[in-house]
Design a protein around this ligand. Structure first.
Ligand code: MRU
Length: 363
């Protein structure tokens, strides 16, 4: 679909990713040659977004296997790589899904190197196809609104970045948007800036610009006002972890958008690859670990100095003011109109999810 991907391999079997910390001002590629570099890329948010974190961790394991063989280290090195990568970020479940898949593949193989290389590649390709299918199933929801509005522009609000930069290609929330545009439907996206890391202004706005999607950047608190004034037709967000009963953890602030959407009777959709479903838990509020990040992400803002052209970090509060920095919040299933998955659209409930994924029924 796209002219670029977020993760790819090189002829010498290393891995390259885009340094997302530098977007939209600089497009820089980072080479990952060891699992420690992959771990750092996840921790420092060079890569981020649930599916891309999983894909990077998978290649991290391939790099660990290679180092283990080259340096003739024993299996404890690989065990350490698994546990370091597992600890790199706590909320997005794709990380654990990808690592479990890598472990199972390696444990069932005599050729660790080829198996881990192949499995990481499969995880990446699976994400591309999954997101494409989310687009196929999400498109009718946009089409229906366009029909109701007699061809007028459909206004979509999104939070954080759940586009291709959070995945490998297509993205989850952007896949239906790109498909709608391809069909000639007029769309416009309200982009929440998404403090404190500004994934909306830095990343979503960047990729919508690259794909010529009409969009407008808004401050995080504007969504409710826009909804009250009929300026939003639907909300679509991504997710880092979805429970069996359809509760969704996503970037902090998502819950407030869901509340405002419900008050204004605006459909609130969550687009997700099934790899973000944690089938082992039900109650998102009690069971999803919420990442707490460095307070300086809140106290400082990073941007481009218009005069010098340099990227700078500026303090936006008194030197001594402390900050709290919860990375995610949980939107309970009752606020979610539908989940959009690669297998179709369903209610945000155990019954809804297991209709699409009958193999996950418990009895
Ligand atoms: O902290 P981040 O940038 O990794 O958070 C990302 C999100 O919250 C995304 O919405 C989510 O991972 C879905 S990406 C398709």
């Amino acid at each position: 679909m796209s002219e670029f991907r977020t993760i790819w391999t090189t002829a010498d079997r290393n891995v390259e990713v885009i340094d997302q910390r530098k977007l939209p001002h600089e497009y820089t590629v980072v080479k990952l040659t060891t699992y420690k570099e992959a771990e750092m890329a996840i921790k420092a948010m060079i890569v981020r977004g649930a599916p891309l974190i999983g894909a990077t961790a998978a290649y991290g394991i391939y790099l660990a296997v290679r180092e283990m063989i080259e340096k003739q280290l024993d299996g404890t090195f690989l065990d350490q790589a698994f546990s370091d990568l597992r600890a790199s970020r706590p909320t997005a479940v794709n990380l654990f899904w990808a690592l479990d898949k890598m472990r199972a593949a390696i444990d069932n193989s005599d050729d660790f190197l080829e198996t881990s290389w192949r499995m990481a590649g499969e995880i990446v390709e699976e994400d591309v196809e999954t997101c494409r299918m989310i687009g196929v199933h999400g498109l009718p929801l946009i089409e229906e609104i366009a029909k109701r509005k007699a061809g007028e522009t459909v206004n979509i609000l999104t939070h954080c970045n759940a586009g291709m930069l959070g995945c490998v290609e297509w993205g989850t929330i952007t896949a239906p948007v790109y498909q709608a545009m391809k069909k000639g439907i007029k769309v416009h996206v309200w982009v929440d800036e998404t403090r404190p890391r500004n994934q909306g202004s830095n990343l979503t706005a960047y990729e919508l610009t690259r794909h010529n999607v009409p969009h407008t950047l808004i401050v995080d608190n504007a969504g409710g006002h826009l909804m009250q004034h009929g300026m939003v037709d639907l909300v679509i967000v991504g997710t880092d972890r979805t429970t069996r009963q359809g509760d969704v953890a996503n970037k902090i602030g998502t819950y407030l958008k869901a509340l405002a959407a419900q008050d204004n009777k605006i459909p609130f959709y969550v687009a997700l690859p099934s790899t973000t479903i944690d089938w082992t838990i039900r109650d998102g509020l009690k069971e999803i670990p919420i990442e707490e990040r460095d307070q300086d992400e809140v106290r400082y803002m990073i941007g481009k100095n218009q005069e010098s052209g340099k990227i700078e970090s500026v303090l936006i509060c008194p030197e001594t003011t402390p900050a709290s920095n919860y990375g995610f919040d949980v939107t309970p299933a009752r606020f979610i109109t539908k989940l959009i998955t690669e297998r179709g659209v369903c209610d945000a409930s155990e019954a809804g999810l297991t209709t699409l994924f009958p193999e996950m029924k418990t009895e």
